[in-house]
Design a binder for this molecule. Structure first.
Ligand code: FAD
Length: 429
C-alpha cells in the first residue's frame, strides 16, 4: 500500500484525498495535514489581518464581498456539480459550503489532521537490490500543542496554495509615503475607504474587482497598471494611470508617465510569491523564485523526485477541473499506470519548455501562466494517463466568461448559465 501525505486541505488537497480514497486497493488512506482548523483554504474568509491568535499568518486572501469570477458550471470539479438552485456566480461562502459537501460526500474529514503544520519535507534516497533507487519522504509536522512528529511516506502532494505571501514590488522612496500602505491580501471590505483617495497598483482580477468595490463606496481610485488602457466602462470614481514609479520626498506618488498624485492609501494588488518554507529547494534540484518554480516536469514534478507533486502551481487556469486532471495523472504515475521518462529527459523537457516560452516573448514572471495552453495541457495528461478528458463545454463556457468579463467587468456576474450537454451551454437570463 502506498502511503501519501497531502499538505493542505484546500480544494487541491481535498481533490487528492478524494481520488486516493477511491483507490484503496493500491493506496493507504491519505494523511492530509492542514494548518488551520478548517477545510477550504482560500475559501475560508478570515476578517483578521496579519497573524492569528497562535501567531500564524492569515492564509486566505478572500474579501468579504467577493463573488466568484467563474460560473459554478465550469468552476466545479467535473464529477461533483454545485447545487443546481444556486446562481452561476457565487459568494465565497457558497464555495466553502461546496467544498464541505465534497469533503463529506467522499468521507475525507477523518483523514485530515487539523491545526497541524508541515514544517519539513525531506527525501530519503535508498538503493535497493539491483541498483534500483527508491525515494521515500520524511514529513515533519507540528500540532497546535507544539508536539512534533516525523513520519515516512511514499509520496507527498504539495497543495499549500500560492495566494498567501504578498508580492510587493520595490518602489523607491516608499518610506516617504504618509498614508496607509497595504496589499490586497489584507483588504477585507470597502467601507473604511469611503471618501479616501486610493492608488491601486495592478489591474488583474483582484485589482479590478477591488477598485470597483472602492469606487462604489465613494472612494476616488487611481488604477495604476502597465497593461494597455482598459477600454470597457468603469465606474466614474476610477481613473486609470501608468505604473507607479516612485514616491517623492513630499510623499507624493509619481507615475511612469511623469504624472504625480497625492493619496490616502496605496494598495498593492500585485499578486503573490511562491513560498514553500517546508522544502529545501536546492536539495530537490529546484529553483524557487517569487513567480517561478523550475524546472518542473509537466508543471507538477521536480524531475529528480517524481513522487513529489505540486498541484495547481500554474496561473490563469480553471482551478478545480485543472486540479482534478493533475491529481488523476499523479496517481497514475504512482500506481504504475504511467511510466515517466528518465530524470535527465524530464529535466531537459521542462527546461526546453521554459526556454521556448521565453523565446515567444513571455516575461520571466509569467512563465507559469498557462491561459490558452491549459486545455491542451489537461488533454495531454488525460491522454497519457487514460482518464476522461475535460468536457469541451468547460473550455467553451470559460472562454465566454472571459469575453464577458472584458466587456462588462461590473455586470458579467449577473449572467446565469446552464450546461446542456458535454459540448453546449446556454444563457438562462
Ligand atoms: P488553498 O485554497 O490556498 O489551500 C491551501 C491549504 O493549505 C490551506 O488550507 C492552508 O491552510 C494549507 N497549508 C498551507 N501551508 C501548510 C502547511 N505548511 N502545513 C499544513 N497545511 C498548510 N478560483 C476559482 O476557481 N474561482 C474564483 O472565483 C476564484 N477567486 C479567487 C479569489 C481570490 C481572492 C483568490 C486568492 C483566489 C481565487 N481563486 C479562484 C483561485 C483559488 O485560489 C483556487 O480556486 C483554489 O481555491 C486554490 O486551492 P488550493 O488548494 O491550491 O490552495
Amino acid at each position: 500500500m502506498l502511503r501519501v501525505a497531502v499538505i493542505g486541505a484546500g480544494a487541491a488537497g481535498l481533490c487528492v484525498a478524494r481520488h486516493i480514497l477511491s483507490r484503496l486497493n493500491v493506496f493507504a488512506p491519505p494523511v492530509v495535514f492542514e494548518l488551520s482548523e478548517n477545510i477550504g483554504g482560500t475559501w475560508c474568509y478570515d476578517e483578521r489581518v496579519g497573524t492569528c491568535d497562535i501567531g500564524r499568518l492569515i492564509h486566505s486572501s478572500m474579501y468579504r464581498d467577493l463573488r466568484t469570477n467563474l460560473p459554478k458550471e465550469v468552476m466545479m470539479f467535473p464529477d461533483f456539480p454545485f447545487d443546481s438552485q444556486l446562481s452561476s456566480f457565487l459568494p465565497h461562502q457558497e464555495v466553502q459550503n461546496y467544498l464541505r459537501q465534497y469533503c463529506e460526500e467522499h468521507h475525507i474529514r477523518p483523514h485530515i489532521r487539523f491545526n497541524t503544520a508541515v514544517e519539513k519535507v525531506t527525501p530519503v534516497v535508498t538503493t535497493t537490490e539491483g541498483d534500483k533507487v527508491r525515494t521515500t519522504w520524511e514529513v515533519t509536522s507540528s500540532d497546535s500543542s507544539g508536539g512534533q512528529r516525523t513520519e515516512t511516506f511514499d509520496s507527498v502532494f504539495v497543495c499549500s496554495g500560492h495566494y498567501s505571501d504578498p508580492h510587493i514590488p520595490n518602489i523607491p522612496g516608499i518610506k516617504n509615503f504618509k498614508g496607509k500602505v497595504l496589499h490586497s491580501h489584507d483588504y477585507k471590505y470597502a467601507e473604511p475607504f469611503s471618501g479616501q483617495s486610493v492608488v491601486v497598483l495592478g489591474a488583474k482580477a483582484s485589482g479590478l474587482d477591488i477598485s470597483i468595490e472602492l469606487a462604489n463606496v465613494g472612494a476616488q481610485v487611481i488604477l495604476s497598471h502597465g497593461n494597455a488602457r482598459l477600454t470597457f466602462p468603469l465606474p466614474s470614481g476610477i481613473q486609470q494611470s501608468a505604473v507607479v514609479k516612485a514616491v517623492d520626498e513630499d510623499g507624493n506618488i509619481c507615475f511612469q508617465d511623469g504624472s504625480v498624485a497625492s493619496a490616502d492609501v496605496l494598495m498593492f494588488c500585485t499578486g503573490y510569491n511562491f513560498r514553500y518554507p517546508f522544502l529545501d529547494a536546492s536539495q530537490l534540484g529546484l529553483d524557487i523564485q517569487d513567480h517561478l518554480v523550475s524546472p518542473m516536469y509537466l508543471f507538477m514534478m521536480p524531475p529528480a523526485f517524481p513522487s513529489l507533486f505540486f498541484i495547481g502551481i500554474c496561473k490563469i487556469i480553471c482551478p478545480f477541473p485543472h486540479f482534478n486532471c493533475q491529481v488523476q495523472f499523479a496517481l497514475a504515475v504512482l500506481d504504475g499506470r504511467v511510466t515517466l521518462p528518465p530524470a535527465s529527459q524530464m529535466k531537459d523537457e521542462a527546461q526546453r519548455q521554459l526556454r521556448s516560452r521565453l523565446d515567444q516573448g513571455v516575461q520571466q514572471r509569467h512563465l507559469l501562466v498557462l491561459d490558452q495552453d491549459q486545455w491542451e495541457y489537461c488533454n495531454t495528461l488525460a491522454r497519457i494517463a487514460n482518464f476522461t478528458p475535460l468536457p469541451p463545454v468547460v473550455r467553451s463556457l470559460y472562454e465566454e466568461t472571459w469575453r464577458q468579463r472584458r466587456i462588462h467587468p461590473q455586470n458579467y456576474r449577473k449572467l446565469n448559465y446552464r450546461l446542456v450537454s458535454v459540448t453546449q451551454w446556454e444563457l438562462i437570463n
